[in-house]
Design a protein around this ligand. Sequence first.
Ligand code: GTP
Ligand code: MG
Length: 227
Amino acid sequence: MNERQRLRRKPDEETLKDAGRIIKAEYVTSAVKPSQYPQEDWTEIAFLGRSNVGKSSLINSLCNHRGLALVSGTPGKTQTINFFKVTSKFIDSNKEEKRKNWYLVDLPGYGFAKTNKGSRDQWGRFIRQYVEESKRLRLLCLLIDGRHPDLPIDRQAYEWLVSAGIPLQIVATKMDKLKSSEAAKNLRQLTAQYPGLSPTISYSSLKHKGRAVLTACVHSILMEAEA
Ligand SMILES: Nc1nc2c(ncn2[C@@H]2O[C@H](COP(=O)(O)OP(=O)(O)OP(=O)(O)O)[C@@H](O)[C@H]2O)c(=O)[nH]1
Ligand SMILES: [Mg+2]
C-alpha cells in the first residue's frame, strides 16, 4: 500500500456539512478501448465490484438520478466502460463555493458465473487497460456486498488493484439487508481486511444511506486534484 492509498480518518460532521452535493449527472459514452475514452481533462472516479453487487443502484443513488445507470435483476448487464459527466457543487478549503465537472466511470462487474471464458478474458483486458492507461483516474470505489465480506473473488480484485497502485475506497452495499449487529461486525471486518483511503463506507441504495459520506469522499478527491 503506497502513500496515496493510506488509511485516513472517517470524515467528521463538519466535513460532511461542507461536503456539497452532486447537482447534475448525465451519460456521455461507452468504451471498450482507449481510443473511445472521452477526451475532457476531468478527474475520473471509477466504480467496480462483483456483478450484481448493486453498482448501478449505488451510482443512481449517489447521483440522485433514477435511471442513470441500468439496474437489473439479471447479473452481468454492464459489459462496457460507461462514462457519466457529473457536476458537483461543494465548499472548498478556502470556504468558497465551487462547481466542478468530473467523470464517473462505471466499470463492468466481475465474477458473473454464466460469463464464458472469452468474455472473462475480455473483462480483464478492458479493466486492466483502463486502470493502467487512464491518466485521470484518482479514485476507485470497490463495492463489496455487505452480507458477504470475505469472498475470494473480491480479495483477488482488491489485491490486484492495490498492486496497480490505485487509491481505493471500499463501499459495502445492500446494508439495509443486515441487522445492525451484523452490519457493524461486517464493516469492521471489511475495514480490517481491505484497508483503503478511509474506513469502509456503509451504503444502502434503497435508503440512500451512506450518500453524504461517499459524496464527501469523492469531493475530497476532487479538491485534492485541484490543489
Ligand atoms: N435491498 C437492496 N437491494 C439492492 C441495493 N442495491 C441494489 N439492490 C438490488 O440488487 C440487484 C442488482 O442491482 P444492480 O444495481 O443492477 O447491480 P449491478 O452491480 O449494477 O449489477 P450488474 O451490472 O448486472 O452486474 C437489483 O435487484 C437491485 O434492486 C440496496 O442497497 N438494497
Ligand atoms: Mg450494473
